[in-house]
Design a protein. Structure first.
Ligand SMILES: C[S@@+](CC[C@H](N)C(=O)[O-])C[C@H]1O[C@@H](n2cnc3c(N)ncnc32)[C@H](O)[C@@H]1O
Ligand code: SF4
Length: 377
């Protein structure tokens, strides 16, 4: 189960998630509505819970307690393997960490992005290095061994990124996520780029830094199990693995997506609409679709390409029509020849340079499966 908390103290320049600043009154009203929505799924047994955002720990203490109590009363949590909460360093306190632990949280994903105060200021982030170090020590002292730290590659220059990665390696958290900076349409960062106030790293620097990241983290004992995710053995995020393996999940809260069997549905993204649905006792779903068998298999393969174990080539071939088998074969050959993919016995996985072009590669593989022509790399 995924639960979305869309609130943050302020909006970061690069962020295009469904998140916004809010007052605590709005947060309280939302938590009430969310608890009502959860009751639509009463009795479900939850294996992994991910409370993400936004900044779930931006909620005040009483709202966090209320939410965890509702979760415990509404669901069967006896088989819960992993319960993650996303957090920003400046929103944590010793009391909040205690509330998380009492609520059954056993994993915290902390958004560091960079240890540089200058970069965080430039990105309109309230987080300071002292907040980050303090939160890490709070989590450690409380005994949350399964701590993930997120970095964004590309918010600063090469030197600073190397310092950030070194700092993470000194801390040695159980899990590290390194996301490549995405400049989303309509974000403040996009305007900063357009007006020349921010210059993104060039592609070659990205590729080199990403390659060095994989090497440094692997050498330190992390398993690079997904494009952006690295874990010490046994600390892979089970909740996210379920997504990448095409598993089922329930999403609750603003804009959350649910996939159960062949049905996929999405909640309202507008707070007014979301609250109105809940007030009238109606599920806040604004969009539904039925996924065909082929569509689900294609999606599973494309998600599988994000993981370092890759995908079974046999399944790609099975999806292709007999007439497009040749196209699939030549697409795979081109990927291997160009150094974008590796073939290990019967599996295909992306290399570092493939990862840098993964969107393009997925499109070409799909075109091949659907018989639409030779790859255009
Ligand atoms: C859903 S966000 C929320 C986490 C939390 N609110 C925070 O900002 O730390 C999860 C992660 O996505 C990453 N992220 C957000 N915007 C990004 C962007 N434009 N490009 C790359 N990574 C991004 C950050 O590393 C962040 O920690
Ligand atoms: S704190 Fe996280 S979710 Fe909130 S605006 Fe910043 S990046 Fe987005």
């Amino acid at each position: 189960m995924y639960i979305h908390i869309p609130f943050c103290r302020s909006k970061c320049a690069y962020c295009d998630f469904l998140s916004f600043p809010a007052g605590q009154d709005e947060c309280r009203e939302y938590v009430g509505a969310l608890i009502s929505e959860l009751s639509f799924y009463r009795g479900e047994s939850i294996r992994t819970l991910y409370i993400g955002g936004g900044t779930p720990t931006f909620l005040e203490e009483t709202q966090l307690i209320r939410l965890f109590e509702a979760i415990r009363k509404t669901f069967d949590v006896s088989k819960m393997e992993e319960c993650t909460v996303e957090s920003n360093p400046e929103s944590l306190s010793a009391r909040k960490v205690e509330i998380l632990m009492q609520g059954g949280v056993n994993r915290v994903s902390l958004g560091v992005q960079s240890f540089s105060d200058r970069i965080n200021t430039e990105m309109k982030r309230p987080t300071r290095k002292r907040h980050t170090l303090y939160s890490i020590s709070l989590l450690r002292e409380a005994g949350i061994g399964n701590m993930g730290l997120d970095l964004i590659l590309g918010v600063g220059k090469e030197d600073q990124y190397r310092k950030d990665l070194d700092a993470v390696l000194k801390i040695m958290p159980a899990h590290v996520s390194v996301y490549m900076l995405h400049i989303g349409a309509g974000t403040m960062l996009e305007r900063m780029v357009e007006s020349g106030r921010f210059t993104p790293l060039d592609e070659r620097t990205f590729e080199r830094l990403y390659g060095d990241t994989v090497d440094a983290l692997s050498e330190a004992g992390y398993i690079p199990y997904e494009i952006s995710n690295f874990a010490l053995p046994g600390f892979e995020c089970r909740h996210n693995q379920n997504y990448w393996e095409g598993g089922e999940y329930i999403g609750a809260g603003l804009g959350a997506v649910t996939t159960i069997g062949a049905e996929r549905k999405r909640n309202a993204c507008s707070m007014r609409d979301y609250l109105r649905y809940i007030r009238t006792g109606t599920p806040p779903v604004v969009w539904r679709e039925r996924l065909g068998e082929t569509e689900r298999r294609i999606e599973k393969l494309m998600l599988g390409l994000r993981m370092s174990k890759g995908i079974p080539i046999g399944e790609l071939n099975e999806l292709a029509e007999r007439s497009s088998l040749g196209l699939v074969r030549s697409c795979i050959e081109a990927l291997v020849r160009l150094g974008y993919a590796k073939r290990r016995t019967d599996r295909l996985s992306l290399t570092i340079s493939g990862i840098m072009r993964s969107d393009e590669i997925v499109i070409e593989l799909l075109r091949a499966v659907e018989g639409e022509g030779e790859p255009v790399f």
